[in-house]
Design a protein around this ligand. Structure first.
Ligand code: ZN
Length: 83
C-alpha cells in the first residue's frame, strides 16, 4: 500500500492513519479536506483556506483569498482546478 506523506489538497503532513480522511491511509487527503472521505469542492476549499490565512496572517479577505488561491494551485488536487 502506498501511503501519502502529505495531503494532496492542502499539503498538511499525514504522519499517521489518524491524519487521513476517515483514518484510511489509502485516501491521499487529510481529515480537513475530506471530512466525509471525498474531497470538498474547490469553492469550499478555497473559502476554508482564505479564512485560515486571514487568521494566521491577519490579512484582509481579498489579500488572503489571493494568497490561498496561489497556494492551492501548487497542490496536486487543485493544479488544474478553476479556483
Ligand atoms: Zn488537506
Amino acid at each position: 500500500m502506498t501511503v501519502s506523506i502529505s495531503c494532496d489538497s492542502c499539503g498538511m503532513p499525514l504522519a499517521g492513519a489518524e491524519d487521513h480522511a476517515l483514518a484510511d491511509t489509502s485516501i491521499p487527503y487529510c481529515i480537513h479536506c475530506a471530512p466525509e472521505g471525498h474531497l470538498q469542492n474547490a469553492a469550499e476549499t478555497l473559502e476554508r483556506f482564505t479564512q485560515w490565512t486571514m487568521r494566521q496572517e491577519g490579512l484582509d479577505y481579498g489579500v488572503a483569498r489571493e494568497r490561498a488561491r496561489a497556494y492551492l494551485k501548487l497542490m496536486p488536487a487543485w493544479k488544474d482546478a478553476n479556483l
